[in-house]
Design a protein around this ligand. Structure first.
Ligand SMILES: Cc1cc2nc3c(=O)[nH]c(=O)nc-3n(C[C@H](O)[C@H](O)[C@H](O)COP(=O)(O)OP(=O)(O)OC[C@H]3O[C@@H](n4cnc5c(N)ncnc54)[C@H](O)[C@@H]3O)c2cc1C
Length: 466
Protein backbone atom coordinates (compact mmCIF):
# COMPACT_ATOMS: atom_id res chain seq x y z
CA UNK A 1 0.00 0.00 0.00
CA UNK A 2 2.98 2.32 -0.30
CA UNK A 3 1.43 4.54 -2.97
CA UNK A 4 -2.23 4.38 -1.94
CA UNK A 5 -3.76 7.74 -1.25
CA UNK A 6 -7.20 8.84 -0.06
CA UNK A 7 -8.51 12.27 -0.99
CA UNK A 8 -11.61 13.14 1.02
CA UNK A 9 -13.95 15.71 -0.52
CA UNK A 10 -14.05 16.33 -4.26
CA UNK A 11 -14.42 20.13 -4.40
CA UNK A 12 -12.19 22.89 -5.75
CA UNK A 13 -9.23 21.68 -3.66
CA UNK A 14 -9.91 17.93 -3.40
CA UNK A 15 -10.64 17.00 -7.02
CA UNK A 16 -7.74 19.08 -8.35
CA UNK A 17 -5.36 17.43 -5.87
CA UNK A 18 -6.75 13.95 -6.64
CA UNK A 19 -6.33 14.48 -10.39
CA UNK A 20 -2.71 15.69 -10.15
CA UNK A 21 -1.77 12.82 -7.81
CA UNK A 22 -3.47 10.17 -10.00
CA UNK A 23 -1.73 11.57 -13.09
CA UNK A 24 1.59 11.36 -11.23
CA UNK A 25 1.05 7.61 -10.80
CA UNK A 26 -0.38 7.33 -7.27
CA UNK A 27 -3.31 4.97 -6.60
CA UNK A 28 -5.93 7.51 -5.52
CA UNK A 29 -9.38 6.86 -4.06
CA UNK A 30 -11.62 9.92 -3.86
CA UNK A 31 -14.36 9.92 -1.20
CA UNK A 32 -17.31 12.26 -1.69
CA UNK A 33 -20.43 12.41 0.44
CA UNK A 34 -22.48 14.04 -2.34
CA UNK A 35 -23.72 12.50 -5.57
CA UNK A 36 -22.51 12.79 -9.16
CA UNK A 37 -24.82 15.09 -11.17
CA UNK A 38 -24.84 15.98 -14.82
CA UNK A 39 -24.31 19.76 -15.14
CA UNK A 40 -26.13 19.83 -18.48
CA UNK A 41 -29.26 18.26 -16.91
CA UNK A 42 -29.68 20.61 -13.94
CA UNK A 43 -30.97 24.19 -14.20
CA UNK A 44 -28.20 26.44 -12.84
CA UNK A 45 -29.11 28.30 -9.63
CA UNK A 46 -32.53 26.57 -9.61
CA UNK A 47 -34.37 25.15 -6.62
CA UNK A 48 -33.55 21.53 -7.59
CA UNK A 49 -29.83 22.38 -7.71
CA UNK A 50 -30.01 23.96 -4.26
CA UNK A 51 -31.88 20.99 -2.78
CA UNK A 52 -29.59 18.35 -4.29
CA UNK A 53 -26.14 19.89 -4.61
CA UNK A 54 -25.85 22.11 -1.51
CA UNK A 55 -24.84 20.90 1.94
CA UNK A 56 -28.02 20.40 4.02
CA UNK A 57 -30.15 21.62 1.11
CA UNK A 58 -28.68 25.12 1.49
CA UNK A 59 -30.04 25.59 5.02
CA UNK A 60 -26.92 26.44 7.02
CA UNK A 61 -26.27 29.43 9.23
CA UNK A 62 -23.59 30.48 11.66
CA UNK A 63 -24.44 30.88 15.32
CA UNK A 64 -23.60 34.25 16.87
CA UNK A 65 -24.95 37.76 16.44
CA UNK A 66 -25.98 38.47 13.79
CA UNK A 67 -26.30 34.98 12.29
CA UNK A 68 -24.88 34.69 8.78
CA UNK A 69 -26.60 32.32 6.34
CA UNK A 70 -23.86 30.56 4.42
CA UNK A 71 -23.96 27.85 1.77
CA UNK A 72 -21.54 25.18 0.55
CA UNK A 73 -21.73 22.80 -2.40
CA UNK A 74 -22.02 19.07 -1.76
CA UNK A 75 -21.67 16.93 -4.88
CA UNK A 76 -18.89 15.41 -6.95
CA UNK A 77 -17.07 18.65 -7.78
CA UNK A 78 -18.13 20.36 -4.50
CA UNK A 79 -18.66 24.11 -4.73
CA UNK A 80 -17.55 24.18 -8.39
CA UNK A 81 -20.84 22.47 -9.32
CA UNK A 82 -23.04 25.22 -7.92
CA UNK A 83 -20.99 28.39 -7.93
CA UNK A 84 -20.85 31.33 -10.33
CA UNK A 85 -17.22 30.67 -11.21
CA UNK A 86 -16.23 34.35 -10.81
CA UNK A 87 -12.46 34.05 -10.90
CA UNK A 88 -9.68 35.97 -9.19
CA UNK A 89 -6.06 35.15 -8.56
CA UNK A 90 -4.85 35.82 -4.99
CA UNK A 91 -4.18 39.61 -4.90
CA UNK A 92 -0.56 40.47 -4.06
CA UNK A 93 -1.38 42.72 -1.05
CA UNK A 94 -3.41 39.86 0.48
CA UNK A 95 -0.54 37.43 -0.11
CA UNK A 96 1.85 39.88 1.62
CA UNK A 97 -0.39 40.23 4.66
CA UNK A 98 -0.74 36.42 4.91
CA UNK A 99 3.02 36.03 4.49
CA UNK A 100 3.48 38.19 7.58
CA UNK A 101 0.61 36.77 9.65
CA UNK A 102 1.24 33.08 8.96
CA UNK A 103 5.00 33.12 8.29
CA UNK A 104 5.43 32.06 4.67
CA UNK A 105 9.17 31.55 4.37
CA UNK A 106 9.30 29.23 1.35
CA UNK A 107 5.98 29.87 -0.37
CA UNK A 108 6.43 32.78 -2.74
CA UNK A 109 4.02 34.84 -4.80
CA UNK A 110 5.67 33.98 -8.13
CA UNK A 111 5.08 30.26 -7.50
CA UNK A 112 1.38 30.87 -6.74
CA UNK A 113 1.07 32.93 -9.93
CA UNK A 114 2.56 30.03 -11.92
CA UNK A 115 0.10 27.59 -10.31
CA UNK A 116 -2.76 29.98 -11.14
CA UNK A 117 -1.63 30.12 -14.77
CA UNK A 118 -1.61 26.31 -15.01
CA UNK A 119 -5.08 26.09 -13.39
CA UNK A 120 -6.50 28.70 -15.77
CA UNK A 121 -5.09 26.86 -18.81
CA UNK A 122 -6.46 23.50 -17.66
CA UNK A 123 -9.89 24.51 -16.36
CA UNK A 124 -10.54 27.52 -18.59
CA UNK A 125 -11.51 31.06 -17.63
CA UNK A 126 -13.31 33.31 -20.09
CA UNK A 127 -14.60 36.85 -20.46
CA UNK A 128 -18.12 37.64 -21.68
CA UNK A 129 -18.30 37.32 -25.46
CA UNK A 130 -20.85 40.16 -25.65
CA UNK A 131 -22.00 43.26 -23.73
CA UNK A 132 -22.76 42.88 -20.00
CA UNK A 133 -26.33 41.91 -19.06
CA UNK A 134 -28.69 44.83 -18.52
CA UNK A 135 -28.57 44.24 -14.76
CA UNK A 136 -24.77 44.42 -14.79
CA UNK A 137 -24.95 47.47 -17.08
CA UNK A 138 -26.91 49.23 -14.32
CA UNK A 139 -23.86 48.84 -12.04
CA UNK A 140 -21.68 50.35 -14.76
CA UNK A 141 -24.14 53.24 -15.25
CA UNK A 142 -24.10 53.91 -11.50
CA UNK A 143 -20.30 53.87 -11.44
CA UNK A 144 -20.16 56.29 -14.37
CA UNK A 145 -22.51 58.69 -12.57
CA UNK A 146 -20.54 58.51 -9.31
CA UNK A 147 -17.06 58.20 -10.84
CA UNK A 148 -16.40 54.84 -9.14
CA UNK A 149 -14.29 52.07 -10.68
CA UNK A 150 -15.60 48.69 -11.79
CA UNK A 151 -14.26 45.60 -13.51
CA UNK A 152 -15.50 42.64 -15.51
CA UNK A 153 -14.56 39.47 -13.64
CA UNK A 154 -13.69 36.46 -15.84
CA UNK A 155 -15.50 33.20 -15.07
CA UNK A 156 -14.73 29.51 -15.01
CA UNK A 157 -17.42 29.13 -17.66
CA UNK A 158 -17.86 28.12 -21.28
CA UNK A 159 -20.00 30.72 -23.09
CA UNK A 160 -20.05 28.66 -26.31
CA UNK A 161 -23.81 29.11 -26.91
CA UNK A 162 -24.13 32.65 -25.61
CA UNK A 163 -25.57 34.94 -28.26
CA UNK A 164 -26.61 38.25 -26.68
CA UNK A 165 -26.62 39.90 -23.27
CA UNK A 166 -30.27 38.90 -22.88
CA UNK A 167 -29.60 35.26 -23.81
CA UNK A 168 -26.54 34.33 -21.76
CA UNK A 169 -25.97 30.59 -22.26
CA UNK A 170 -23.25 28.05 -21.69
CA UNK A 171 -22.05 25.68 -19.04
CA UNK A 172 -19.93 25.99 -15.90
CA UNK A 173 -16.37 24.73 -16.15
CA UNK A 174 -17.16 22.73 -13.06
CA UNK A 175 -14.82 19.98 -11.90
CA UNK A 176 -17.19 17.09 -12.76
CA UNK A 177 -16.89 18.42 -16.32
CA UNK A 178 -13.23 19.52 -16.47
CA UNK A 179 -11.30 17.29 -14.04
CA UNK A 180 -13.30 14.15 -13.25
CA UNK A 181 -12.73 12.59 -16.72
CA UNK A 182 -8.96 13.19 -16.31
CA UNK A 183 -8.97 11.69 -12.81
CA UNK A 184 -10.79 8.54 -13.98
CA UNK A 185 -8.62 8.27 -17.12
CA UNK A 186 -5.52 8.30 -14.89
CA UNK A 187 -6.91 5.30 -12.97
CA UNK A 188 -8.44 7.21 -10.01
CA UNK A 189 -11.30 5.56 -8.13
CA UNK A 190 -14.35 7.64 -7.19
CA UNK A 191 -16.59 6.69 -4.26
CA UNK A 192 -19.53 9.11 -4.46
CA UNK A 193 -22.34 9.10 -1.86
CA UNK A 194 -19.72 8.04 0.67
CA UNK A 195 -19.32 10.14 3.80
CA UNK A 196 -16.12 9.72 5.78
CA UNK A 197 -16.87 9.53 9.50
CA UNK A 198 -13.35 9.57 10.96
CA UNK A 199 -9.66 8.78 10.46
CA UNK A 200 -7.46 6.62 12.61
CA UNK A 201 -3.68 6.46 12.51
CA UNK A 202 -2.30 2.99 11.79
CA UNK A 203 1.21 1.60 11.89
CA UNK A 204 1.83 2.23 8.16
CA UNK A 205 -0.62 5.01 7.43
CA UNK A 206 -4.29 5.79 8.05
CA UNK A 207 -7.56 3.95 8.35
CA UNK A 208 -10.61 5.66 6.91
CA UNK A 209 -14.06 4.85 8.28
CA UNK A 210 -17.09 5.65 6.16
CA UNK A 211 -20.84 5.64 6.67
CA UNK A 212 -21.01 2.74 4.20
CA UNK A 213 -19.45 0.61 6.95
CA UNK A 214 -16.40 0.07 4.75
CA UNK A 215 -12.92 0.73 6.16
CA UNK A 216 -9.94 1.59 3.98
CA UNK A 217 -6.24 1.54 4.82
CA UNK A 218 -4.06 4.00 2.95
CA UNK A 219 -0.54 5.40 3.10
CA UNK A 220 -1.46 9.11 2.91
CA UNK A 221 -4.63 11.18 3.27
CA UNK A 222 -5.52 14.58 1.77
CA UNK A 223 -8.46 16.40 3.34
CA UNK A 224 -10.58 18.54 1.01
CA UNK A 225 -13.93 18.58 2.83
CA UNK A 226 -14.18 22.38 2.87
CA UNK A 227 -13.52 24.88 5.64
CA UNK A 228 -16.15 23.65 8.07
CA UNK A 229 -16.03 19.86 7.58
CA UNK A 230 -12.21 19.53 7.37
CA UNK A 231 -11.61 20.81 10.93
CA UNK A 232 -14.77 18.92 11.98
CA UNK A 233 -13.36 15.60 10.76
CA UNK A 234 -9.98 16.26 12.42
CA UNK A 235 -11.69 17.06 15.74
CA UNK A 236 -14.04 14.07 15.52
CA UNK A 237 -11.05 11.83 14.78
CA UNK A 238 -9.42 13.17 17.98
CA UNK A 239 -6.26 14.20 16.15
CA UNK A 240 -4.61 16.85 18.33
CA UNK A 241 -4.26 20.31 16.79
CA UNK A 242 -5.72 23.80 16.54
CA UNK A 243 -8.39 22.90 13.94
CA UNK A 244 -11.00 25.52 13.27
CA UNK A 245 -9.77 28.09 15.80
CA UNK A 246 -10.23 30.62 13.01
CA UNK A 247 -12.70 30.70 10.13
CA UNK A 248 -13.78 33.50 7.81
CA UNK A 249 -16.79 34.47 5.72
CA UNK A 250 -17.55 37.35 3.39
CA UNK A 251 -20.74 38.63 5.10
CA UNK A 252 -22.95 40.14 2.41
CA UNK A 253 -26.17 42.09 2.35
CA UNK A 254 -28.52 42.03 -0.62
CA UNK A 255 -30.83 44.62 -2.14
CA UNK A 256 -33.61 44.25 -4.71
CA UNK A 257 -33.70 47.20 -7.13
CA UNK A 258 -36.81 48.04 -9.16
CA UNK A 259 -35.96 49.99 -12.32
CA UNK A 260 -39.58 50.44 -13.46
CA UNK A 261 -38.90 49.00 -16.96
CA UNK A 262 -37.63 45.64 -18.28
CA UNK A 263 -33.98 44.96 -17.42
CA UNK A 264 -34.05 41.24 -16.54
CA UNK A 265 -34.63 38.06 -18.55
CA UNK A 266 -34.89 34.37 -17.71
CA UNK A 267 -31.43 34.00 -19.31
CA UNK A 268 -29.62 36.89 -17.58
CA UNK A 269 -27.61 34.46 -15.42
CA UNK A 270 -24.92 35.89 -13.16
CA UNK A 271 -23.64 39.46 -13.56
CA UNK A 272 -19.88 39.55 -14.07
CA UNK A 273 -19.40 43.24 -13.25
CA UNK A 274 -18.04 44.09 -9.80
CA UNK A 275 -17.54 47.55 -8.33
CA UNK A 276 -13.95 47.53 -7.06
CA UNK A 277 -13.69 51.16 -5.91
CA UNK A 278 -13.78 50.12 -2.22
CA UNK A 279 -11.61 46.98 -2.26
CA UNK A 280 -10.35 45.62 0.16
CA UNK A 281 -13.21 46.84 2.41
CA UNK A 282 -16.12 45.74 0.24
CA UNK A 283 -17.24 44.80 -3.26
CA UNK A 284 -20.59 45.48 -4.93
CA UNK A 285 -22.07 43.20 -7.58
CA UNK A 286 -25.09 41.61 -9.19
CA UNK A 287 -26.50 38.25 -8.01
CA UNK A 288 -28.43 35.64 -9.97
CA UNK A 289 -31.83 37.37 -10.30
CA UNK A 290 -34.29 34.78 -11.55
CA UNK A 291 -37.96 34.91 -10.57
CA UNK A 292 -37.42 32.44 -7.72
CA UNK A 293 -34.41 34.40 -6.35
CA UNK A 294 -36.48 37.59 -6.33
CA UNK A 295 -39.42 35.75 -4.74
CA UNK A 296 -37.15 34.45 -1.96
CA UNK A 297 -35.74 37.97 -1.39
CA UNK A 298 -39.21 39.53 -1.26
CA UNK A 299 -40.96 36.75 0.67
CA UNK A 300 -41.76 39.02 3.65
CA UNK A 301 -43.68 41.45 1.43
CA UNK A 302 -46.99 39.86 0.35
CA UNK A 303 -47.92 42.74 -1.98
CA UNK A 304 -44.60 42.59 -3.90
CA UNK A 305 -44.90 38.81 -4.16
CA UNK A 306 -48.32 39.21 -5.75
CA UNK A 307 -46.98 41.69 -8.30
CA UNK A 308 -43.83 39.69 -9.04
CA UNK A 309 -45.11 37.42 -11.87
CA UNK A 310 -45.95 40.55 -13.92
CA UNK A 311 -43.09 42.78 -12.79
CA UNK A 312 -40.04 40.64 -12.01
CA UNK A 313 -38.34 41.63 -15.26
CA UNK A 314 -38.11 45.22 -13.95
CA UNK A 315 -36.00 44.09 -10.99
CA UNK A 316 -32.58 42.73 -10.13
CA UNK A 317 -30.85 41.41 -7.01
CA UNK A 318 -27.57 43.08 -5.99
CA UNK A 319 -25.08 42.45 -3.19
CA UNK A 320 -22.55 44.30 -1.05
CA UNK A 321 -19.90 41.84 0.12
CA UNK A 322 -17.57 42.66 3.01
CA UNK A 323 -14.46 41.07 4.42
CA UNK A 324 -15.30 41.30 8.11
CA UNK A 325 -15.78 39.26 11.25
CA UNK A 326 -14.14 36.09 12.48
CA UNK A 327 -15.33 32.74 13.71
CA UNK A 328 -14.41 29.30 14.87
CA UNK A 329 -15.63 25.82 14.01
CA UNK A 330 -17.17 23.70 16.77
CA UNK A 331 -18.26 20.07 16.62
CA UNK A 332 -21.28 18.80 18.48
CA UNK A 333 -21.75 15.06 17.91
CA UNK A 334 -21.83 14.50 14.16
CA UNK A 335 -22.55 18.20 13.45
CA UNK A 336 -20.02 20.90 12.64
CA UNK A 337 -21.11 24.40 13.62
CA UNK A 338 -19.67 27.78 12.77
CA UNK A 339 -19.66 30.36 15.54
CA UNK A 340 -19.19 33.76 13.84
CA UNK A 341 -18.92 37.18 15.42
CA UNK A 342 -19.13 40.68 13.99
CA UNK A 343 -17.98 43.53 16.21
CA UNK A 344 -19.60 46.97 16.15
CA UNK A 345 -16.78 48.14 13.83
CA UNK A 346 -17.59 45.20 11.52
CA UNK A 347 -21.27 46.20 11.55
CA UNK A 348 -20.32 49.79 10.69
CA UNK A 349 -18.49 48.48 7.63
CA UNK A 350 -21.43 46.23 6.62
CA UNK A 351 -23.77 49.23 6.83
CA UNK A 352 -21.36 51.46 4.93
CA UNK A 353 -21.28 48.83 2.15
CA UNK A 354 -25.11 48.64 2.17
CA UNK A 355 -25.45 52.43 1.91
CA UNK A 356 -22.95 52.61 -0.94
CA UNK A 357 -24.89 49.90 -2.81
CA UNK A 358 -28.17 51.79 -2.42
CA UNK A 359 -26.53 55.07 -3.50
CA UNK A 360 -25.17 53.28 -6.58
CA UNK A 361 -28.54 51.73 -7.50
CA UNK A 362 -30.30 55.10 -7.31
CA UNK A 363 -27.52 56.67 -9.38
CA UNK A 364 -28.12 53.86 -11.91
CA UNK A 365 -31.77 54.83 -12.24
CA UNK A 366 -33.60 52.59 -9.74
CA UNK A 367 -37.11 53.85 -8.84
CA UNK A 368 -37.00 52.09 -5.48
CA UNK A 369 -34.90 49.58 -3.56
CA UNK A 370 -35.68 46.85 -1.01
CA UNK A 371 -32.83 45.96 1.39
CA UNK A 372 -33.12 42.29 2.45
CA UNK A 373 -32.73 43.03 6.18
CA UNK A 374 -35.07 43.19 9.17
CA UNK A 375 -37.86 45.80 9.02
CA UNK A 376 -37.96 45.22 5.30
CA UNK A 377 -39.58 47.97 3.29
CA UNK A 378 -39.24 49.58 -0.14
CA UNK A 379 -37.32 52.86 -0.18
CA UNK A 380 -37.82 55.46 -2.89
CA UNK A 381 -35.12 57.92 -3.97
CA UNK A 382 -37.00 60.68 -2.17
CA UNK A 383 -37.15 58.67 1.10
CA UNK A 384 -33.47 57.77 0.78
CA UNK A 385 -32.66 61.45 1.50
CA UNK A 386 -34.08 60.98 5.03
CA UNK A 387 -33.90 57.26 5.88
CA UNK A 388 -30.79 55.11 6.29
CA UNK A 389 -31.83 51.45 6.80
CA UNK A 390 -29.19 49.48 8.66
CA UNK A 391 -28.30 45.92 9.49
CA UNK A 392 -28.64 45.28 13.24
CA UNK A 393 -27.10 42.63 15.46
CA UNK A 394 -30.56 41.04 15.68
CA UNK A 395 -30.84 40.88 11.88
CA UNK A 396 -31.10 37.61 9.98
CA UNK A 397 -30.38 38.94 6.49
CA UNK A 398 -26.61 38.52 6.18
CA UNK A 399 -25.35 35.74 3.95
CA UNK A 400 -22.10 34.42 2.51
CA UNK A 401 -21.11 31.92 -0.20
CA UNK A 402 -17.44 32.02 0.81
CA UNK A 403 -16.04 30.06 3.79
CA UNK A 404 -12.29 29.81 4.30
CA UNK A 405 -9.28 29.96 6.61
CA UNK A 406 -10.15 27.39 9.32
CA UNK A 407 -6.76 25.59 9.33
CA UNK A 408 -4.24 28.05 7.85
CA UNK A 409 -0.97 27.00 6.26
CA UNK A 410 2.33 28.54 7.37
CA UNK A 411 5.37 28.33 9.60
CA UNK A 412 3.81 30.11 12.63
CA UNK A 413 2.72 26.96 14.42
CA UNK A 414 0.71 28.76 17.12
CA UNK A 415 -1.82 29.90 14.47
CA UNK A 416 -1.21 27.46 11.62
CA UNK A 417 -2.37 23.84 11.24
CA UNK A 418 -0.07 22.74 8.42
CA UNK A 419 3.42 23.52 7.24
CA UNK A 420 4.01 25.47 4.05
CA UNK A 421 3.39 22.37 1.93
CA UNK A 422 0.01 21.51 3.46
CA UNK A 423 1.37 18.72 5.71
CA UNK A 424 -0.42 18.64 9.07
CA UNK A 425 2.02 19.37 11.91
CA UNK A 426 3.15 16.31 13.86
CA UNK A 427 1.16 13.80 11.78
CA UNK A 428 2.81 11.58 9.18
CA UNK A 429 1.03 11.27 5.83
CA UNK A 430 -1.81 13.73 6.58
CA UNK A 431 -2.34 16.79 4.35
CA UNK A 432 -4.95 19.50 3.80
CA UNK A 433 -5.80 20.71 0.29
CA UNK A 434 -8.90 22.96 0.46
CA UNK A 435 -10.14 26.44 1.43
CA UNK A 436 -9.28 25.78 5.07
CA UNK A 437 -5.59 26.46 4.21
CA UNK A 438 -6.28 30.11 3.32
CA UNK A 439 -5.75 33.09 5.62
CA UNK A 440 -8.03 35.93 6.74
CA UNK A 441 -9.62 38.88 4.92
CA UNK A 442 -9.32 37.52 1.38
CA UNK A 443 -11.80 40.05 -0.03
CA UNK A 444 -12.16 38.41 -3.49
CA UNK A 445 -13.93 35.27 -4.73
CA UNK A 446 -11.86 32.40 -3.30
CA UNK A 447 -11.92 29.51 -5.77
CA UNK A 448 -8.84 30.72 -7.72
CA UNK A 449 -6.83 30.89 -4.50
CA UNK A 450 -8.12 27.49 -3.30
CA UNK A 451 -6.97 25.97 -6.60
CA UNK A 452 -3.50 27.58 -6.42
CA UNK A 453 -2.98 26.34 -2.87
CA UNK A 454 -4.21 22.83 -3.80
CA UNK A 455 -1.84 22.66 -6.77
CA UNK A 456 1.00 23.82 -4.53
CA UNK A 457 0.22 21.04 -2.01
CA UNK A 458 -0.02 18.36 -4.73
CA UNK A 459 3.15 19.49 -6.56
CA UNK A 460 5.16 19.62 -3.31
CA UNK A 461 4.05 16.04 -2.52
CA UNK A 462 4.81 14.77 -6.03
CA UNK A 463 8.29 16.36 -5.94
CA UNK A 464 9.02 14.48 -2.69
CA UNK A 465 7.43 11.11 -3.33
CA UNK A 466 6.58 10.91 -7.04
C1 LIG B 1 -23.49 29.23 -4.28
C2 LIG B 1 -21.99 29.46 -4.28
C3 LIG B 1 -21.46 30.43 -5.14
C4 LIG B 1 -20.08 30.65 -5.15
N1 LIG B 1 -19.55 31.51 -6.08
C5 LIG B 1 -18.21 31.59 -6.21
C6 LIG B 1 -17.62 32.34 -7.27
O1 LIG B 1 -18.32 32.90 -8.13
N2 LIG B 1 -16.26 32.42 -7.33
C7 LIG B 1 -15.46 31.80 -6.41
O2 LIG B 1 -14.23 31.95 -6.49
N3 LIG B 1 -15.98 31.08 -5.41
C8 LIG B 1 -17.32 30.93 -5.31
N4 LIG B 1 -17.86 30.15 -4.33
C9 LIG B 1 -16.94 29.54 -3.34
C10 LIG B 1 -16.20 28.32 -3.89
O3 LIG B 1 -17.08 27.42 -4.51
C11 LIG B 1 -15.47 27.65 -2.71
O4 LIG B 1 -14.56 28.59 -2.18
C12 LIG B 1 -14.71 26.41 -3.08
O5 LIG B 1 -15.55 25.47 -3.73
C13 LIG B 1 -14.13 25.78 -1.81
O6 LIG B 1 -13.41 24.64 -2.17
P1 LIG B 1 -13.13 23.49 -1.12
O7 LIG B 1 -12.32 22.46 -1.84
O8 LIG B 1 -12.59 24.07 0.12
O9 LIG B 1 -14.55 22.88 -0.71
P2 LIG B 1 -15.81 22.46 -1.55
O10 LIG B 1 -15.69 22.86 -2.98
O11 LIG B 1 -16.98 22.96 -0.80
O12 LIG B 1 -15.78 20.86 -1.51
C14 LIG B 1 -15.86 20.12 -0.35
C15 LIG B 1 -16.49 18.76 -0.70
O13 LIG B 1 -16.27 17.88 0.39
C16 LIG B 1 -17.43 17.07 0.55
N5 LIG B 1 -17.47 16.55 1.92
C17 LIG B 1 -17.71 17.26 3.07
N6 LIG B 1 -17.70 16.42 4.13
C18 LIG B 1 -17.41 15.19 3.66
C19 LIG B 1 -17.25 13.91 4.29
N7 LIG B 1 -17.36 13.76 5.64
N8 LIG B 1 -16.97 12.84 3.51
C20 LIG B 1 -16.84 12.98 2.15
N9 LIG B 1 -17.01 14.17 1.51
C21 LIG B 1 -17.27 15.26 2.25
C22 LIG B 1 -18.57 18.04 0.23
O14 LIG B 1 -19.74 17.29 -0.10
C23 LIG B 1 -17.99 18.84 -0.92
O15 LIG B 1 -18.34 18.27 -2.17
C24 LIG B 1 -19.23 29.92 -4.28
C25 LIG B 1 -19.77 28.95 -3.43
C26 LIG B 1 -21.13 28.71 -3.42
C27 LIG B 1 -21.69 27.66 -2.50
Amino acid sequence: MDNTIAVIGSGAGGLLTATLLAEAGFAVTLFEKGALYDQSQTRPYGVEEIEKNYSYGGITASIGRPPVNFVEGSAVGGGTEVNSGLYYRLPKPVFESWQKAYGYQKLDFAALEAYAEANEAEVGITHLPHAPTQLAQKLIDGCTALDWSHTEVPRLFDYANSSTRDQVAGIRNSFSVKLLPRFLEAGGRLLANTRVKCLQPEHTGWQIKTTCRQHFSVWSVFLGLGSIATPGLLKRSKIPGNWGRSCYLHPSVRVVADFGAPVNTAASGVGTTQVNQFVPDFTLGCSASGLHHLAAALCADAHSLQQLPQQWQHAGLYYASTSTGAGRVMTVGAQDLLNYRLTSDDMTLVNKALHHLITLLFAAGADRVYPCISHKTWITKERWQHVRPSVKLSDDGLMSVHVFGSCPMGSHQQVCSTDEEGAVYNQRGLYLCDASLLGNKLGVNPQGTVMSFARHVARSFIEKYG
